[in-house]
Design a protein around this ligand. Structure first.
Ligand code: SF4
Ligand code: SF4
Length: 223
């Protein structure tokens, strides 16, 4: 130890004493996360409320921590939860295992699974940290109906995946036709535009995602 080392040590102490404290007052003051922060997952819905998850298990296979459990099942004409053949009957994420890496989101072919900015995942119960499908599903927004119910956005799942997110929904078109939404004269145009976008998407010229925004404190992670 050198002769002046103790004075150097005191120098660090004294210089730190006059710096502004960086202590964060959590949980009283919560800071906003970065927009692409990897937080709690969300299972998204189509605009009519049907689920985007088709129970394919690709997310579970992609997970390096074996944190996802999925059981798929068949939709029936009397009990439909998603537009396609299958839906996720059981869906669980174990947050005791999850490392929030986002690989499951990358693996999902339908954009059913995304991550929100919600980071408050601590609990004193191991059981409560296994989130169920009901906890992970996005809330029902205006115009959505809780499944099971028939397809409202088209005849097949193709109509769901190729539709323009900005195109008017069938019930909005119906409202316009009935003149109950205060607008007029654009129905034919709107339907024509929607058909045009579907045509362009089929030709691979348009690929904008239409996932439902995440609820909670932040925004859904953009891809
Ligand atoms: S974020 Fe990573 S660890 Fe968590 S469930 Fe998805 S793939 Fe698994
Ligand atoms: S969340 Fe996506 S990848 Fe996982 S089972 Fe559902 S559709 Fe498949």
């Amino acid at each position: 130890m050198g002769l002046f080392d103790p004075y150097k040590g005191f120098g660090v102490t004294f210089s730190t004493m006059f710096k502004k404290p960086t202590t964060e007052q959590y949980p009283e003051e919560k800071k906003a996360t970065a927009p692409r922060f990897h937080g709690r997952h969300q299972l998204n819905r189509h605009p009519d409320g049907l689920e985007k998850c088709v129970g394919c298990e690709l997310c579970a296979w992609a997970c390096p921590a074996d944190a996802i459990y999925v059981e798929g099942a068949d939709n029936t004409e009397t009990e439909r939860f998603s537009p396609g053949e299958r839906y996720g009957r059981v869906y669980q994420i174990n947050y005791l295992r999850c490392i929030l890496c986002g690989l499951c989101v990358e693996a999902c072919p339908t954009r059913a699974l995304t991550m929100s900015n919600d980071y408050e995942l601590a609990d004193d119960s191991r059981r409560d940290l296994i989130f169920t499908k009901e906890q992970l599903l996005a809330p029902l927004r205006e115009g959505m109906e809780a499944p099971p119910h028939p397809m409202r956005l088209g005849e097949s799942e193709t109509d769901y995946y190729l539709r323009d997110p900005d195109a008017p929904l069938p019930w909005q078109v119906a409202d316009r036709e009935a003149g109950t939404d205060g607008s007029s004269g654009t129905d034919g145009d709107a339907q024509g535009q929607a058909a045009d976008v579907i045509e362009r998407r089929t030709a691979g010229e348009h690929s904008r995602a239409d996932e439902v925004p995440a609820h909670g404190a932040g925004t859904e992670r953009a891809r």
